[in-house]
Design a protein. Structure first.
Length: 411
């Protein structure tokens, strides 16, 4: 079996970040004036992505609301995640450290929604408990979406739709496909911002090291104008692979806490949606993925973006959760099971056999932890010769990719 030497490397990104998240959040909330009053009940919408510092930001909002004499409560702002059950969605929040004990506030997890009057051609929903509160605060990271591209992608506008609108809104919007997401999310979000009780949005932007670099509190009037600007900042600072052409990408782990579709489509250059154009780059011949993250809670949506996976990944799949999320999205091929190898060694061997005429010793190979963490990774010696210099440095001696005794990757 061919066992290539892999070189550990580090690439440099903009490292700007906020040191004290709690303090930054408190200042941002205070700067928005008299938006919460004594005795009010304030709903705090927290989503299902692995947002950096989400527990700290949520706790800061809860603390601020309590300090004003009001009563905060948290609700899971997610559609089909957590198997579209109240218990499952509460479990997703707990996985991010958002629990009643840690936040000092109750969590009200329910799929019950109320319809907001609207003249749009589709219903507009909001979590019933949030809508019954005096006000709602929406928290989300702003970043490029994995299904579509537009002025609003993954952010506060989307959270006001397929977050606060729960499973019912997710079903209503996703039936229109990727074009519907791009076109209807701004329209529905504006209806929610104008007619519901949203008081503030907390927009977060992360750098390429999965650190919070910007935190802004925005009023309902500010969200539609400021979010596209924050999206451009997020795009400029997202991690990326250092090459546009690759023979094999080896991914150690995938999951909903890494990306909404488990593997970030913006990183791998595969959208996997019929009728939607594929990204021009990067161009990757074969992709393998080894396991699910614990934070995925068994949801393996996005595995269909890979060509091969391991038995370990398949054994960790919660099929009910995966299928519910996949069917709700309507992008069915992303829920397809890749070819299942017994271990990482076999997955790599199959990938190598199917890259075409490239000789094994010349294969351009990268191994990454996941698509969220791209500052440190491994490259084949053949690729390292082409990369050496610039903003990439070698961090240790080369070593064989595989531990042949265990069939697993080394390091």
């Amino acid at each position: 079996m061919f066992n290539p030497n892999m070189v550990p490397v580090r690439q440099q990104f903009n490292a700007q970040h906020i040191d004290n998240i709690s303090e930054a959040a408190a200042k941002a909330l205070a700067a928005k004036g008299d938006w919460v009053h004594p005795g009010e009940k304030i709903a705090i919408a927290v989503g299902s992505r692995g947002v950096a510092n989400i527990a700290k930001v949520t706790r800061a909002v809860c603390d601020f609301v309590r300090a004003k004499g009001a009563q905060p409560f948290i609700f899971p702002a997610m559609g089909s995640h957590g198997n579209a059950t109240p218990e499952g969605q509460r479990e997703v929040l707990a996985g991010y450290g958002v629990t009643e004990e840690a936040m000092g506030a109750p969590i009200v997890s329910s799929l019950k929604v109320e319809r907001i009057p609207s003249e749009l051609p589709m219903p507009v929903y909001m979590d019933a408990h949030a809508l019954a509160a005096d006000g709602t605060v929406v928290i989300n990271r702003i970043k490029p979406h994995t299904d579509f591209h537009g002025d609003y992608e993954s952010g506060l506008m989307k959270m006001c739709v397929i977050g606060t609108g729960k499973h019912a809104q997710a079903l209503a919007v996703h039936r229109y496909g990727a074009d519907g997401l791009r076109d209807y999310i701004p329209q529905i979000a504006r209806e929610v911002l104008q007619k519901a009780n949203v008081r503030l949005g907390i927009g977060l932007v992360e750098n390429a090291y999965d650190q919070t670099m910007l935190l802004e509190a925005l009023t309902p009037a500010e969200i539609p104008t400021r979010e596209p600007e924050l999206l451009e900042i997020a795009k400029a600072n997202m991690p990326r692979l250092p090459v546009d052409a690759l023979d094999i990408l080896l991914i150690d782990q995938m999951g909903k806490d890494i990306s909404g579709v488990g593997i970030d489509t913006n990183i791998i250059g595969r959208m996997g949606i019929p009728g939607q154009p594929e990204p021009a780059a990067p161009r990757i011949k074969r992709i393998t993925v080894s396991r699910l993250t614990p934070g995925a809670h068994g949801n393996a949506i996005g595995m269909g973006l890979a060509d091969f996976c391991t038995q370990e990944l398949m054994d960790g799949i919660d099929w009910a959760a995966t299928y519910e999320n996949t069917v709700t999205s309507t992008f069915l091929s992303r829920g397809n099971l890749p070819l299942v190898a017994k271990d990482e060694a076999q997955a790599f061997a199959w990938a190598l056999r199917t890259i075409g005429t490239t000789q094994a010793q010349d294969a351009r190979i990268i191994r990454i932890r996941d698509t969220l963490h791209l500052s440190e990774f491994w490259v084949s010696e053949a690729l390292w010769h082409a990369l050496a210099g610039g903003n990439i440095e070698q961090t240790g001696p080369a070593q064989p990719l595989l531990d042949e005794a265990t069939g697993r990757y080394r390091g």
